[in-house]
Design a protein around this ligand. Structure first.
Ligand code: GAL
Length: 331
């Protein structure tokens, strides 16, 4: 069935999330803050607008999230040319990535929905038919749990994530006065095209340290690493000895979100190119209107097999399973 649908999950605390089978997308996330409904993620007014924007708002991104340099991979001596959609590189799975597909609603209840997709052999240039599920669960203690499962008929790289942009102030301000903590000792330097251009570096280099809560505007465009990308747009290699990957705090300190994940890395993207993305209020978002915290493998991993993380390649007979939990707290 190719009809776009909206599914609403609600919990006993009055929290509500909206999802769509279009791109297995997270559309909305509202909570009661001091008796008022507050929207915590960015979104558009209509499906037409969702189709026009290229910011991947709330989408499930795949088959391979983030960039693959020169849109090419080699597997067991075989070369595969992928569909490039950002210059010569591939971003977020190619021109027709998972964010643009209509997924099947496989199961649905009050607090959970599971979307399924079959990506055919050769989809966007990738080898193997990939069967994927993305499920969202809203718990009564205000967690949104996202789980991905996948299996393949041929060895293929897989990197599935969610591309929600958070603005815990309720979209009233930009996110520059939010505070962010990321439990990571290393980050990946990138060039102006977002392609890793060096090995992992200690976060103390180039002022990229987020190990203590730090206001996002703090020296935002003064570090050479962030100047290149117009803000944060970097992968952090997570310190797996720490239970929480990241913590985001609204500027009024009333909303906190903890991110935990099975993934080895987290892309922090401060919405540096969000300008002109349609918003829910008949207008446009500006740059820095939201921050995306995308748990994933390091970008361009198929070309960097020695990086300290599990393999991003899925083999036939294996099951891909990863989870991202967003836990919200109101004070
Ligand atoms: C992010 C990526 C950014 C930008 C964005 C989509 O994941 O790191 O560079 O491409 O997606 O607009």
């Amino acid at each position: 069935m190719s009809v776009k649908q909206i599914i609403t999950l609600k919990n006993s605390q009055g929290m509500k999330i909206k999802l769509s089978n279009w791109g297995a997308t997270w559309l909305s996330c509202t909570m009661q803050v001091e008796g008022k409904n507050r929207e915590l993620i960015l979104g558009c007014q209509s499906f037409e607008q969702y189709e026009q924007q290229d910011a991947y708002l709330g989408a499930t991104v795949g088959r391979y999230a983030n960039r693959i340099a020169n849109a090419e991979i080699d597997i067991a001596g075989k070369h595969y040319q992928l569909i490039a959609n950002q210059g010569v590189n591939q971003l977020h799975g190619g021109k027709s990535g998972f964010d643009k597909k209509i997924w099947k609603i496989e199961s649905q209840s009050e607090q959970q929905v599971t979307f399924g997709l079959i990506s055919p052999d050769g989809d966007q240039g990738f080898p193997g038919e990939l069967k994927v599920t993305a499920s969202y669960t809203l718990t009564d203690d205000n967690q949104v749990i996202v789980e991905y499962n996948a299996s393949t008929t041929k060895c293929t790289p897989v990197n599935l994530t969610n591309h929600a942009y958070f603005n815990l102030d309720g979209e009233t301000n930009d996110i520059l006065a939010h505070s962010l903590k990321v439990n990571a000792n290393y980050y990946l330097p990138v060039d102006a095209n977002g392609i890793p251009c060096n090995d992992l570096l200690d976060v103390t280099q180039d002022d990229m340290d987020l190990r203590q809560l730090r206001v996002l505007s703090d020296n935002l465009l003064t570090s050479p690493a962030r100047k290149i990308t117009g803000g944060y747009d970097h992968a952090y290699l997570l310190d797996k000895s720490k239970p929480v990957a990241a913590q985001l705090v609204s500027s009024d300190k009333k909303v906190t979100m903890d991110v935990t994940t099975s993934y080895p890395a987290l892309q922090v993207y401060t919405g540096n190119f969000l300008a002109n993305t349609p918003n829910r209020h008949n207008g446009k978002y500006a740059n820095f209107a939201g921050v995306a915290l995308e748990a994933q493998f390091l970008p361009d991993s198929p070309h960097h097999l020695t990086w300290p993380q599990p393999s991003c390649f899925l083999e036939p007979g294996q099951t891909y399973h990863h989870q991202i939990t967003y836990q919200f707290f109101i004070s």
